[in-house]
Design a protein around this ligand. Structure first.
Ligand code: NAP
Length: 288
């Protein structure tokens, strides 16, 4: 049981964790802070937090668990704000979509308190941001990846795992490096491609007409192009090297398909597509 959760960043993910823990009966009181007073007020009105704090420091005062759910580039600043008043024994977690940069910042800023920090990334989300879209069921049946450091306190790590399980997630541990390599391939690159693809449609003078004709395949393929710009700016910049490496691979695969379309009568193209189609039809969410 968490006596008091200090939530810094009352948005989609932070709000969803608070709601999930409340629904599970795992938290007694949630104190929340976001820079915009209208966000904290909305979070309180929606029952996501119980008390609105005027600063990040006030949000962590008296908390036994602190959750940082801000855009990844704001994480280091948040560590700096809370470091001096962070009592020993308090668990600190984040939810950022990149882990190498967050872990580096934690080492730099939290120093001896880094043992209290458990880096986390729930593999669940929406293209809609903001506390009004927070959902107690967001993490049900999804994964939460934890990327602990060698010096992470074992008791706090166990507590972090219990918290994500209480939210309904299946917990998995990885190194920050393995995490960023994998999510560059299966999350960050698809967002980059979705942004680029939608941009390429918008640049055409017939864009409105084309978009009016588009069907469910287009809707499914481009859903993530509606994602929050500030959140995705931070992720793509933070994991730039890995995303660019995956983008180069993608360009190679696209080149092969284009060359095959140009040079053959169709059999080779069908063979290429059939290999991909079979692999995709066997793929299942959260299955090895
Ligand atoms: P969001 O709905 O936009 O929420 C972000 C919250 O952070 C807002 O309440 C914002 O407050 C607050 N904030 C911004 N800068 C801050 C600062 N310097 N100090 C304190 N609070 C600050 O975004 P989100 O989707 O929840 O994303 C939050 C984190 O979750 C990101 O690190 C993202 O990588 C990660 N994540 C997102 C998804 C997803 O699908 N969206 C999935 C997994 C992980 P204001 O409203 O006052 O600006």
């Amino acid at each position: 049981m968490i006596q008091q959760l200090g939530l810094i960043g009352c948005g989609l993910i932070g709000g969803s964790v608070a709601l999930a823990l409340k629904a599970a009966g795992t938290v007694r009181h949630v104190v929340g802070y976001s820079p915009s007073p209208t966000t904290t007020e909305r979070a309180r009105a929606l029952g996501v937090i119980d008390t609105a704090a005027e600063s990040a420091l006030r949000a962590i005062s008296g908390a036994d668990v602190v959750l940082i759910a801000v855009p990844v580039a704001a994480t280091e600043r948040t560590f700096k704000t809370i470091r001096e008043l962070l009592p020993p024994g308090v668990l600190v977690m984040d939810v950022g979509s990149t882990k190498r940069d967050v872990v580096d910042a934690a080492r730099r800023v939290l120093r001896e308190r880094v043992t209290q920090f458990v880096p986390a990334h729930p593999i669940a989300g929406k293209e809609l941001s903001g506390v009004e879209h927070a959902d107690a069921l967001l993490f049900q049946g999804k994964r939460a990846i934890l990327t602990p450091l060698p010096q992470t306190d074992a008791t706090l790590l166990t507590k972090a795992e219990a918290i994500w399980r209480a939210c309904g997630a299946e917990v998995r541990r990885m190194t920050p490096e393995a995490h960023d390599d994998a999510f560059a391939a299966v999350s960050h690159l698809p967002h980059l491609i979705a942004f680029a693809y939608f941009a390429s449609i918008l640049q055409q003078k017939e864009a409105d007409e084309f978009l009016a004709l588009a069907g469910p395949g287009f809707r499914d393929f481009t859903r993530i192009a509606a994602s929050d710009p500030a959140i995705w700016r931070d992720i793509l910049v933070s994991n730039r090297e890995q995303v660019l490496a995956q983008s180069t691979r993608f360009r190679g695969a696209l080149d092969v398909l284009e060359r095959t379309m140009r040079d053959t009568q169709g059999e080779a193209l069908e063979a290429l597509i059939s290999g991909v189609s079979q692999a995709r039809s066997h793929w299942r969410l959260n299955k090895r």
